[in-house]
Design a protein around this ligand. Sequence first.
Ligand SMILES: Nc1nc2c(c(=O)[nH]1)N[C@H]1C(S)=C(S)[C@@H](COP(=O)(O)O)O[C@H]1N2
Ligand SMILES: [Mo]
Length: 311
Amino acid sequence: MQIRIPRGWEIPEALATPEHLVFGRRKAAALGVGLLAAPAAAWAQQADALPAMRNTRYPPGRDITAEREVTTFNNFYEFGSHKGISRAAQALPQRPWTVKVEGMVETPREFGIEDLLRTMPLEERVYRLRCVEAWSMVVPWTGFPLSALLAAVKPLGSARYVVFETAAIPTVMPGLRQSWYPWPYTEGCTIAEAANELSFMVVGAYGKLLPPQNGGPIRFHQPWKYGFKAGKSIVRIALTDQRPVSFWERIQPQEYGFWANVNPEVPHPRWSQASERVLGGNARVPTQLFNGYGEFVSGLYTGLSNERLWA
Ligand SMILES: Nc1nc2c(c(=O)[nH]1)N[C@H]1C(S)=C(S)[C@@H](COP(=O)(O)O)O[C@H]1N2
Ligand SMILES: [Mo]
């Protein structure tokens, strides 16, 4: 079956994002102005629209989590080490925003977020996200395959890893004052994992631009790995031949490693990973190997039995 995915530039004019409005709304929120007048609020809602065709190759097998849950229960330590950071995160300016893609590539480039929205092959994917803390959610993300971005810079044959570096802006991120954390938040994966079709750069959720608390304007997601691998608000992607040591691995290497593939049979040192609480209720469901994405990714790990693949 052919799935036709609309390109960014095929978004109907009426639904395209008037930049000043989005920015204005964020700025209003950052200033604590709160709700705009009703007609302006309706406009602002439309300004957030980011329509894209759903790719049905990855059926989630569970109900989509309510948008309200996903946008108000977050891990984003730059804004504080608790789940209630969504309001504080509105202070993160979403425009202008650039992502450098550099290191071991033929043509290093700096992309403006608007260029990515216009030129990358946007589609919607409903993915499960399993946090290492044993909660999970199901989110309709809008984005594009990481492979499409890497193709634009042409990785060198010598590159072995992809490193994701996320924003660190002290004026708007109170969490950065917790100076014992190794900021900026950094994550990474192998080139083979990056090339996997599931590796997804996320620029939207629920048919709208990605809100800052979920990592707007651009984050990463590999749904077969624990959520901490999914760096938010990315500013730099570097290709390298050195395995990166990521944020959590630096803090607590016994508990959080490089691979962090979901496995219900390998407990965290302090809790079981056998089941997970689905956001929006107290129901627990069994956790699945590779978070249920084994058919797409298990082949990445053959011959790596000496590696600690599961944490
Ligand atoms: N920059 C940054 N990215 C981050 C984190 C963070 O603290 N800072 N937390 C991670 C963790 S532990 C999880 S579970 C997911 C949560 O994403 P969500 O808030 O959209 O649910 O983001 C990940 N990405
Ligand atoms: Mo997490």
